[in-house]
Ligand binder design. Sequence first.
Ligand SMILES: C[S@@+](CC[C@H](N)C(=O)[O-])C[C@H]1O[C@@H](n2cnc3c(N)ncnc32)[C@H](O)[C@@H]1O
Length: 334
Amino acid sequence: MSRLIRLDDFFLFLDKARAIGLRRLVGRIFGTDRERVIDSWSHISSDRSNWWDLDDVTRRWNKLITGNAALAYQHYVAKKYLHRRKGLRAISIGCGTGRKEIGWAETKKFQSINGYDVSGPRIEIARELARKSTWNDQLSFMVGDVFELDLDPGSFDVVIFDNSLHHCSPLAQAVDRADSWLNDDGIVVVNEYVGPSRFQWTDDQAVITNALLQLLPERLRRRKDGRLKDRMSRPGVLAVRLNDPSEAAESHSILTVLEGRFEVLELRPYGGTILANLLKDIAHNFSDDKQETQEWLEFLFNAEDRLIALGRIPSDYVFGIFKKRNLKNSKSVN
Ligand SMILES: C[S@@+](CC[C@H](N)C(=O)[O-])C[C@H]1O[C@@H](n2cnc3c(N)ncnc32)[C@H](O)[C@@H]1O
């Protein structure tokens, strides 16, 4: 159930103040929506204790999305949807530090990949990474807001939203803009959180996550600061909005809006409903190669897979490929 305020907000506030400093946190709270979004995305490093920091999790995503644990989705998409095409033009909205775009460049399908992000510091890192890579000629990174970009209609073959569409509100407007930038044979690639809006995780999710958490040995539940994690945190809507007004604003409607606007070529749910919250702040404990650790991780992966397969929980993360709908004389994207 959605709640404006929850008890956990107090503890989340303390954690955030510890992480970024009380002064900056208070400044953020009293900033405008835009200032808050930009400030919340000005960090360029993390403490590497989230589920996305684990190689095993990346391999799991690859397996669920591409069918091959060693195959990243960029190469899978290039092979399956772009294989007769070259010299393509892509735009990536909310590109952050540009790592995913380097993955796209490695497919050798693109003459240009333009990444845009509202965060200046992230764009700086993306440019530096591009310069150090062998793909600098193909990559360009610019500060830009999806709602303010002035781009020619039909000028891109691929529009990418990688964990950024859930930051776009009004969602329908962002999706309309993506549609207008796409040429007739173009595709939209979406790798997204599509779970409860404003992170209002369900009671079901919390009960299952907490029960699984309690089964783990203490060494796997230890946060980096030494505190033991015995349950997941659940923020209220207000705390989420105050920290980052763009956070999961309309995430729950993403699939409905995309399906209404585009033709679906492929949808691959890859979980996260339990794992994202369970592993938050403790993921670093799962990076050793002890057999027991690996078995616990496998157990958690299996538990989430089985619960989704049984229809007990939905998938909070989805990878999808979409194309323009109902076009006369449209050629196949293949
Ligand atoms: C979760 S991060 C994803 C970054 C990157 N795509 C990745 O997968 O690593 C979301 C990004 O969206 C950016 N963002 C948020 N609102 C935006 C907007 N209105 N226009 C462009 N970028 C935005 C943030 O600055 C942040 O870098």
